[in-house]
Write a protein that binds this ligand. Structure first.
Ligand SMILES: [Fe+2]
Ligand SMILES: [Fe+2]
Length: 392
């Protein structure tokens, strides 16, 4: 397999994971890539690595440009194993090559691989190394996505090697975002942010500020497509996402149902939003994956969640979604709990607590809605009318 030329003497040499469909619970319908970058200068430099089972692919791509044993410098922007588990194999070939990473990177790589004798060089934000014609400058970006993440910037070509930031899980034979429909790439970047980066939005705010003065003509992330024409759009999108912007004209009605009573309520709730000019999206947990629902949460102001009462609790599908939602910590949303019940009706206070409590999702809450057994037409109409009063 061949390297892909990005600029004179700068090559993409990563691996394409066509079959990846599950990234610890995140449904990756389009697969992914692990991007590594080779810079041919007086000192030949490899930035990042790949997942262990794509190591041979990376090596063959490097070999299409140079003999891999000629690599002089390794830069490791992140410890997580999608970008590092090929490293121990490469180190067998290059046992004495220096590895540039930050203190958390050194700590993490040691903890993962227990390397004997690897030649670590600690970098800090603002440090540069010279590799010949080029300098490479570092910026640590802790918690975007692990404590060890860092950016590497090449001022000569104005390329930002951003690792997990600005990535998307897309396997494709195209390398550049502008070779595919930009909306699709941005949508996958949104899904990636929702399911991976969202809990660290405060840190993303800081990183966006710190990186703002950089002149950037290319963003080369560690997953998916490389940004050139779409740089403005992806940075703008990150600004919206990092500050939890939500569209007041978008509502989600997320639910599961036993005998379709909660589903009937869900449609009555959606009708209330539609009557107020708010687009409502129906998301049945039987047919929508929680990682896709998170993509929708990224820009929806209203997050309504419904479950009937089962065994004095909520349905397991709804519990799984709410637990996932809480972990990813979107802010600045308005919640609504609803559901039907037979006798106990415990699902509604449980939903109210999971969505509204400060130590849970912490959403501002509308009044909860519950109905016993099967809601008739009049009950459904009343649900719609009462809810309309609450939507501003
Ligand atoms: Fe990561
Ligand atoms: Fe990653």
């Amino acid at each position: 397999m061949k390297a892909y030329k990005l600029r004179d003497n700068i090559w993409w040499v990563g691996g394409i994971d066509w079959d990846l469909r599950n990234f610890h619970g995140y449904l990756t319908q389009r697969g992914s890539t692990y991007n590594a970058y080779l810079i041919i200068d007086e000192k030949i430099t490899l930035i990042d690595n790949v997942k262990y089972y794509l190591y041979e692919e990376m090596l063959s791509r490097i070999s299409s440009v140079i003999d891999p044993s000629k690599i002089d410098i390794l830069i490791q922007n992140h410890v997580e194993m999608d970008h590092s588990s090929g490293l121990p194999m490469l180190m067998k070939l290059l046992p004495n090559v220096p590895i540039y990473t930050n203190a958390n990177g050194i700590k993490g790589l040691k903890a993962h691989f227990g390397p004997e004798g690897w030649d670590f060089h600690e970098i800090k934000t603002g440090d540069s190394i010279n590799i010949g014609k080029r300098d490479l400058t570092f910026m640590t970006t802790p918690m975007v996505h692990w404590p060890d993440n860092q950016f590497t910037y090449c001022p000569h070509e104005k390329i930002l090697f951003s690792n997990d930031a600005f990535g998307q899980h897309i396997a494709s034979s195209e390398r550049m975002a502008n070779e595919l429909p930009l909306n699709m790439v941005l949508e996958e970047a949104k899904k990636y942010y929702a399911n991976i980066v969202l809990p660290y939005s405060k840190q993303v705010q800081k990183v966006l500020e710190a990186a703002a003065p950089l002149e950037i003509e290319m963003i080369a992330p560690s997953h998916g497509l490389i940004w050139t024409d779409g740089i403005g759009q992806i940075i703008d999108a990150y600004k919206h996402w990092a500050y939890y912007d939500a569209d007041p004209q978008k509502a989600l009605v997320i639910y599961d149902t036993m005998w379709k009573s909660t589903q009937k309520m869900a449609f009555a709730i959606a009708q209330a939003f539609e009557n107020k000019g708010v687009r409502a999206k129906m998301l049945n947990l039987q047919t929508n994956h929680i990682s896709d629902i998170m993509t929708e949460v990224m820009d929806a102001k209203y997050v309504c969640v419904g479950s009937p009462t089962l065994n004095s609790s909520i349905l397991p599908t709804v519990a799984a979604f709410l637990y996932y939602l809480k972990g990813l910590s979107p802010k600045n949303r308005i919640g609504l709990a609803f559901g039907s019940y037979g006798w106990g009706g415990q699902s509604i206070p449980i939903l109210q607590q999971l969505l509204g409590d400060k130590d849970q999702c912490g959403f501002e809450m509308l009044d909860p809605i519950k109905t016993q057994y099967i809601p008739d037409r009049a009950t459904l109409d009343k649900i719609t009318q009462d809810l309309e009063q609450q939507i501003t």
